[in-house]
Structure formats: C-alpha cells, structure tokens
Design a protein around this ligand. Structure first.
Ligand SMILES: [Ca+2]
Ligand SMILES: [Ca+2]
Length: 481
C-alpha cells in the first residue's frame, strides 16, 4: 500500500519535474542577457542583479524542522559560487518538512536566482513572501545526476509546479516587494529510498525590473550639484534647477546617461550648498511634495557620522523619516533613494579619522552603517552606494587614495583638486553611473564612452570611463541594501 502511494506520487512528480524544467528554460531565456559573460556586449536593457544573500555568514537564517524531520545549517567554506562560502543544509526527513528561511532586503524583484549543489535531493519548494505577508510557494526540480552547481531562476512568482499560496492577501497575486525567502524539503524531495540529503546554496540574487522612465527629483547640496566645472553646470539645459542656480551636476550627468540609453526621464534638482536634509524638509516642502516617481536624498556629508566623529545620526534619521512622509504625500508609490556620499582626504582629517586610505575606509564604514540603518525597513528607501564605489575605485587602483603626494600616473583623483572633498569630474561621473545602475536597474557597463557621451563631454578618457562604469556595476550588484 505504501509502495503504491509512493509510486503514484513519484509518477506525478516526474510530470512536475518536466514542467519545472520547461519553466526554468523559459525563465533562463527571458533573462539570458543577464547571464552573458561580462566580456560580452550586454543588452542595455538587461536587469542588473542585486545580491540578496551570499551565505558568507549564517546571520538571519532560521531553520524549522517539523513532524519528525531534523536538520542542521552551517556556513561551509569548502565550496562557493560567489564570495568564499555557501550555506549548507543537512537534513533527515523520514516525515515532516525542513524549512530554511530568512528575511531579505525588501526588493522590487522581477526574478530570483540562486545556485544549489545537491546531494540526494531532487525537489525543493521555494517560498517567496510578498509585502502583505502572503506566501507563494512553487516546486523547483533539481537534476539528481548533476555533479556540480545548478543555477535556478524563478521569474514568475505566482505559478510554477505545485504552486500554492496562503496568508497575507491570500489572493494568488504578487504584491511586491519581496520580503522573505524560504527553501523547503520534505520526504518526497529526497531521492527514492533515502531519507537524508544535503543541499548547498549560494549567491541568492534578485533581478529588479528595468525602470525606463519617470520623473526624478535630486535633493541635496554641493555633493549633488557639484562644486566646480565641468560638473556644476553640466547638461543644465536638460534638467530643471528648482532653486534657479543653473546647476546640472550629478543629476545632469545622470540625465545624459539615461538619454543615451534611450530612456525617458525628467530630472529636477533641488540642491543648496552646505545644507542638510532637515533644511530641505523645512524650507522646500512644496517642491519635494510634488508627485515624483523617485526622489534621491543626499544628507550633508558628515551629518550621518557617529557623534564621536562630529555627526548627528539621530538628526539624519529624523530627516529621512520626515522626507519619506512628504514624498509619499505626493506619490504613495514613489521610490526613495538615499545617496550614500563618500569619505574624502579632507573630511577624514576634519572628522578625526586616521590619515590616508585607512581613514577613508573607516569613515566610509560609518557612512555605510548610517545609510543602511535608514533603508530597507518597510521598503522605505534603498541606498545608492556612491561612497562605496569611490572606495572600490581606490581599492582597484583606478583612483589615487592619497592625492596629497600627487596622483600616480594612470590613476584619477575622485576629489576636487581645490578642496579634496567635493567631486572632481571623475567623482561626479562615477556618482552618476551608480545612480544610473541603482535607479534604472540597467547595466552601467553598457554606457557609451566615446564621442558625444557624458564621459567624453567631461573629458574623461574612454578606458577610465569603462573602468568607472565597471566599478558602478560591481558596487551596486555586490551591495545589499
Ligand atoms: Ca557565497
Ligand atoms: Ca598619491
């Protein structure tokens, strides 16, 4: 009797597996451009991947064995698809289920991808939780014969083999953003005749849909409008300076990039030198409260730092909360981006950090912490990690991290020669490239670098522009937040 039931279940599951493979093939073809090697000419409309979890630490992962099952979960450094480790789930399921799940940074995901290395497991149920708390579950078939990593892509969250939904809105409709993900194995998921198995998981990634149009307001100070030419007035005829100062700045470079990519964005700038977000909230509520599709918020560059370094993180948090409410009063669905600014040689000295690159790293870590503390929760805002891109450019040897002793041949100075704080043309370009990646979800490595491009307008060489585009891509895809 038991054998018959098993046999029937097995038969139905082989049908399920065929459907799952078909779905996977379809999903893969839809996203194939995103999987092309980096050296290939990328599709300018390929969605940019966002790493949700790289299994470099077990933090956040919860294990729920039920009904006679048992399991353990650990970070395993013996194999990895990205980074230096993967998650390893060892389970025994004579009955019941094992669920491994975690909250993720709230992401407007169009697809989810992960890699698995399976031992004795050929079916995993993937649970995706939407913003209403509704669980959407579908079965994913693994190739039991595969000896290496398998890459699984789910591009449709409300169908697929064995699709079921419950809790939250419970209507079978996806209500983004993605808030949580789980992997579930039951006894039918292990190979016939076995109740134990092992699963390694790595490189949990989301793909956001491309955003090809919209009306965007940039709010900030001279880190947004630039402090010197050619950044300050760049492309100012194509953007609207709501404070009447004739600024183009980083928004002007962003606008040029989006135009060249064939996108359709209206870009406005409301920036005032030296000011804080608190000043913008109390002084410019009318413009900020217009119905924008996206608003970029840039805090005064040292205010988010710890108080011991002269900052006021409480004031920063209060302003972000106030401005979020104000922006959402104009358009409840507006996207909010927090423009993470950069450490600079001048600011590390003034804010009591060590000199040199060590100081840049320490100050950037504090800025990152502060910006992340004000993102994510409730899908409130996402961070545009410009400061991290600056640091990566230094780490990669593209930019000189110690301009005071001269600029090494072949490198660039991200900071203004005049004050080693504000953006140079290279810093301004890199900032805009990060904004392009973050806001459009498109691959900044596809941005043109030749005659007529933003890079050429700013007299940035094509090889350096390509490096800055690459750094913008890698920074935004590696950044969780
Ligand atoms: Ca990893
Ligand atoms: Ca130097």
């Amino acid at each position: 009797m038991m054998k018959q039931r098993t046999s029937r279940r097995r038969r139905s599951r082989s049908t399920v597996r065929i459907a799952a493979v078909a779905a996977l093939v379809l999903a893969t073809s839809v996203l194939s451009a995103a999987f092309a090697p980096a050296s290939a000419q990328a599709d300018p409309h390929a969605p940019t991947p966002i790493l949700l979890n790289d299994f470099e630490a077990s933090t956040g992962w919860e294990l729920y064995p039920t009904g006679g099952a048992s399991a353990s979960f650990a970070i395993d450094g013996s194999a990895a698809v990205s980074g230096s480790s993967a998650g390893r789930l060892d389970l025994t399921v004579p009955s019941g289920t094992v669920e491994l799940s975690s909250n993720v940074t709230h992401t407007n995901a169009a697809a989810v991808q992960f890699s698995v290395l399976s031992e004795n497991i050929d079916t995993v149920a993937v649970r995706l939780v939407d913003s209403t708390g509704q669980l959407h579950q579908q079965q994913v078939a693994l190739d039991p014969e595969a000896t290496g990593w398998q890459t699984i892509t789910i591009a449709d969250f409300t169908s697929g083999p064995g699709y079921v939904h419950w809790d939250g809105a419970n209507d079978g409709v996806w209500h983004g953003p993605l808030t949580r993900i789980g992997f579930v194995v039951d006894k039918w998921g292990t190979l016939t005749g076995s109740t134990t198995g092992s699963l390694k998981i790595d490189a949990l990634t989301a793909y956001r849909p491309a955003v090809t149009s919209g009306s965007i307001l940039f709010v900030g100070n001279s880190f947004t409008h630039g402090n010197e030419e050619p950044v300050f007035s760049y492309n100012n005829a194509a953007v609207s300076d709501r404070n009447g100062g004739g600024a183009g700045g980083i928004p002007g470079i962003f606008k040029k990039m989006t135009d060249q990519a064939g996108l359709s964005f209206d870009v406005d700038i409301e920036a005032a030198s030296g000011q804080t977000l608190g000043w913008h909230y109390s002084t410019r509520p009318t413009v900020i409260g217009e119905p924008w599709t996206a608003v970029v918020l840039q805090e005064q560059s040292t205010l988010p730092l710890p108080t011991a370094h002269g900052g006021n993180p409480t004031s920063f948090a209060t302003s972000v909360g106030n401005l979020r409410s104000l922006v959402q009063s104009g358009n409840a669905d507006a996207e909010i981006y927090l423009y993470e600014t950069w450490a600079s040689p001048t600011s590390v000295t003034e804010q009591s950090y060590p000199a040199g690159v060590a100081g840049l790293q320490a100050m950037q870590a504090d800025l990152r912490t502060a910006y992340l503390a004000n993102s994510g929760a409730g899908g409130a805002a996402s961070v545009s990690p410009v400061g991290d891109a600056f640091l990566r450019a230094v780490d990669d040897g593209v930019a000189d991290g110690l301009p005071s002793d001269g600029i090494t041949a072949g490198m660039v100075n991200l900071w203004s020669t005049a004050d080693l704080r504000h953006p140079s043309r290279w810093g301004g370009y890199l900032s805009a490239a990060v904004m392009f990646a973050r806001i459009t979800q498109l691959d900044p490595r596809t941005l043109p670098t030749g005659t007529g491009s933003a890079a050429a307008d700013l007299e940035i060489s094509a090889p350096i522009a390509a490096e800055l585009n690459r750094i913008a891509y890698e920074t935004t895809t590696d950044f969780t937040g």
